[in-house]
Structure formats: structure tokens, C-alpha cells
Design a protein around this ligand. Structure first.
Ligand code: PLP
Length: 418
């Protein structure tokens, strides 16, 4: 039982360096966050040793009396947080939650209708190399070429044309809110099951700052590690229990074996924290930071540098920078921002003229920095730094210093050693 540094110095070094990287850079990947130390504790706990196939009270292994408590707490807290009657907290990830959902509500060969990957959809919503595109007949709706918004008339036309058995609402890169009531009406009109994947915006929903899909959807899936800021994992909720048996059996034994009990315990804590005023304040800062960023990237100076913002702004925790008119590609922008100490990801914009490994866009998110403590003043400074980085005459070393001031003023995991 020697410490990691002795047993495996190479991996110990990776952990230490990664902690240093997270401390020294401004994390603006929209799908990332920083878990609280309480969550790290559960994830690094002895619960990782326990096999617990089955569900609380109905396990295939002995000795589950304590992990049952953890899972029951996670289930009850998820239900309360999202106003749901049913929750399954076992999915190892968002993708496994989605695989279980699809296998519960569709049969291989069925038609599923989701947002086009290149327009902000997710791999699990029908991409051809993903299980969702291989097992199901995946068709898609895109965003409007002028407004870059999802047009519900188009969704309805596609639904009437293809008669899908499942309609998917949800996204990985879209800066606005979807109209869940309109999706519900279309699903009812064509007799489809409505599945909402709220992986990205679940934290905003939990804080009451984004409409909840739960009253409208037949089933809702999510990750825990994006805006919620919990452990890397997934979960499923539903407003009624009609699908409960099917969903449960499609998670286990359908998709998974033993649940990750250390992660489930950490989910319980994340859901507990997500019901607090502090969490709501964090989500408010997340949203207002994203708005400040959108403003900076739509200023006259940004436009003169060929930078724009898709849909002209944001209602959520991310901004999609449109670089189609910029000399910088998405890859160039990602590299330049890395040089000044800001981590983002390049992202194709809909109808992107550049190839997917280069792209003409950037997805920039504010959840991790809000967790780090940033408010409007710091987000305004970050927005200015990002806008300046995009200009041809940018003083990159000077901007790196401005980033360092921010990272020093908001220490991450003070006192933590890996
Ligand atoms: N669903 C959506 C909308 C996502 O954006 C993501 C992750 O990017 C997932 C599902 C998959 O989550 P995971 O990476 O945990 O499998």
C-alpha cells in the first residue's frame, strides 16, 4: 500500500502535471468543469472495490448494504432535483445512458430523428459510425442557414416525411434553448417517443435558469460532469414510471455490468450540491459570463477581425464563435488561445467550408471558470483577452500575463496535492 508516487512515479507525474495545467490555464471547454473536493473523495474511495450488479435491494452480490444507501440517495436526489418520478443513476457515461435509452425506446432498424452532428448534435444521436447510426435508421434536422436556429417547422416537416419512432432534442454545440413543447406536439402528431438529451444544460435546468424538458419528454438523459459539475458519468430521468422497467433493464444488464459505486456516491453528492443557492449563483455567473463573451466577440473590433458569434449571442453556458470570415481557422484560434493560456475546442460551424479537423468555429464555455469563482468582472477580462487574441496584431505574451493574473487570483484546489 505504498503511495502512488512510489508505486508508479510515471503516473504520479501525470497527475501532478495535469493538476498544474488545470491551475495555470483558463478552462473554457464548454463540456468541462471542476468537481468539488467532496466529489473527488468519493471517486477515490473504497467504493471502487464493490461489485453491485442489480439495483438497490435487488443485487446479485452480497455486502451491498452500504452502496445501496449511496445509490438510493443518488436516485432520490436526482428525482427531486429534476421533478422526476423515475431516475437511473448507473450509466457510466452520457453515451452509455443514451445507448440504454435508445435500446429501451426503439428497436434496431427503427427511424430516429435528431439534430445533425455538424449542426451541433451529438454522436449518439445518429452519427453513422456510432451505435446510434449503425443500429438505427438515423435521419436528421439541421439549423436554418440564415439564423442558425433550429426551425420547428423544419423539424415537423422532417418528422412527417420520415415518421420516426424516436425524436431526439438535445445538443452538444448550440447556443440557444430548444422549444420542448413544440417537440412534444410534433412527437404526438407522428406518434414518436420524445427523448431529450440535456447533457449540456442540465445544471442550468437544475438551477431553474433553463426550461426543464422533464414535463415534456418521455425520457431525459444527461451527463453529470458538464454544467452540473459532478463526476464524469450519466443518468436518466423520466416524469413517469411507465418506462422504468425497460430503462432499468436496458442499463443493466442491457448495456452495463457492475455499476461504478464510487462514481454513484459522487453523483449523490453532486445532486445534493446542485440544490443549493450557491449552485444557483454559480449557474447565474455561468450564463452572464457567456453573454459578456458573446458581446466581446460581436464588437466592431471583433467583426473587423472577421470574428462573429453564431445566432448573435447566447442563452446558455457557451458561445459559438464563427470564424468563417476570419483568416484564423478554428484550429488556429484554439492554438493561439492555448498560447495565451486559455483552453477551448475548435468546432465546426453549420455549413462549414473548412474540414472537420480544421473548422471555422470555436466552442467557448463558462461553467468551469464560474466554478473557479469568476464573476462578471473576471469574465469581462477573459472576454477582452479572447477578443484581442483573435486580432492579427495580438500581443500574445502580454495576454498570457493577463491570464496568469486571473489564474493566480483564483487558485484552483488550494492545498490539494495529487
Ligand atoms: N450527450 C451530449 C449532448 C453530449 O454533449 C455528450 C458529451 O459530449 C454526451 C451525450 C456523451 O457524454 P460522455 O462523453 O459522458 O459519453
Amino acid at each position: 500500500n505504498a503511495p502512488l508516487a512510489e508505486v508508479d512515479p510515471e503516473i504520479a507525474e501525470v497527475l501532478e502535471k495535469e493538476l498544474g495545467r488545470q491551475r495555470d490555464y483558463l478552462e473554457m471547454i464548454a463540456s468541462e468543469n471542476f468537481v468539488p473536493v467532496s466529489v473527488l473523495q468519493s471517486q477515490g474511495s473504497v467504493l471502487t472495490n464493490k461489485y453491485a450488479e442489480g439495483y438497490p435491494g435487488r443485487r446479485y452480490y452480497g455486502g451491498c448494504e452500504y452502496v445501496d444507501i449511496a445509490e438510493s440517495l443518488a436516485i432520490e436526489r436526482a428525482k427531486k432535483l429534476f421533478g422526476a418520478e423515475y431516475a437511473n443513476v448507473q450509466p457510466h457515461s452520457g453515451a452509455s445512458a443514451n445507448a440504454a435509452v435508445l435500446s429501451a425506446i426503439a428497436t434496431p432498424g427503427d427511424t430516429i430523428l435528431g439534430l445533425e452532428l455538424a449542426h451541433g448534435g451529438h454522436l449518439t444521436h445518429g452519427m453513422k459510425l456510432n451505435f446510434s447510426g449503425k443500429l438505427y435508421n438515423a435521419v436528421s434536422y439541421g439549423v436554418d442557414p440564415e439564423t442558425f436556429l433550429v426551425d420547428m417547422d423544419v423539424v415537423r416537416d422532417k418528422a412527417l416525411e420520415h415518421k420516426p419512432s424516436v425524436i431526439i432534442a438535445g445538443w452538444s454545440a448550440y447556443p440557444r434553448q430548444l422549444d420542448f413543447a413544440a417537440f412534444r406536439a410534433i412527437a404526438d402528431e407522428v406518434g414518436a417517443t420524445l427523448w431529450v438529451d440535456m447533457a449540456h444544460f442540465a445544471g442550468l435546468v437544475a438551477a431553474g435558469l433553463h426550461p426543464s424538458p422533464v414535463p415534456y419528454a418521455d425520457v431525459v438523459s444527461s451527463t453529470v460532469h458538464k454544467t452540473i459539475g459532478g463526476p464524469r458519468s450519466g443518468f436518466i430521468v423520466s416524469r413517469d414510471t411507465a418506462l422504468a422497467k425497460k430503462l432499468n433493464s436496458n442499463v443493466f444488464p442491457g448495456q452495463q455490468g457492475g455499476p461504478l459505486m464510487h462514481v454513484i456516491a459522487a453523483k449523490a453528492t453532486a445532486f445534493l450540491l446542485a440544490a443549493t443557492d450557491e449552485f444557483k449563483d454559480r449557474q447565474e455567473r455561468t450564463l452572464s459570463g457567456a453573454k459578456l463573451l458573446a458581446e466581446a466577440l460581436t464588437s466592431d473590433e471583433s467583426r473587423a477581425a472577421g470574428v462573429n458569434v453564431l445566432t448573435g449571442g447566447t442563452d446558455v453556458h457557451l458561445v459559438l464563435a464563427d470564424l468563417r470570415e476570419s483568416a484564423l481557422s478554428g484550429q488556429d484560434a484554439e492554438d493561439r488561445l492555448h498560447e495565451v493560456g486559455i483552453t477551448v475546442n475548435k468546432n465546426s460551424v453549420p455549413f462549414d467550408p473548412r474540414p472537420p479537423m480544421v473548422t471555422s468555429g470555436m466552442r467557448i464555455g463558462t461553467p468551469a471558470l464560474a466554478t473557479r469563482g469568476f464573476g462578471d468582472a473576471e469574465f469581462a477580462e477573459v472576454a477582452d483577452i479572447i477578443a484581442l487574441t483573435m486580432r492579427p496584431d495580438a500581443d500574445l505574451p502580454g495576454l498570457r500575463e493577463r491570464v496568469a493574473k486571473l489564474t493566480q487570483a483564483f487558485p484552483l484546489y488550494p492545498g490539494l496535492q495529487q
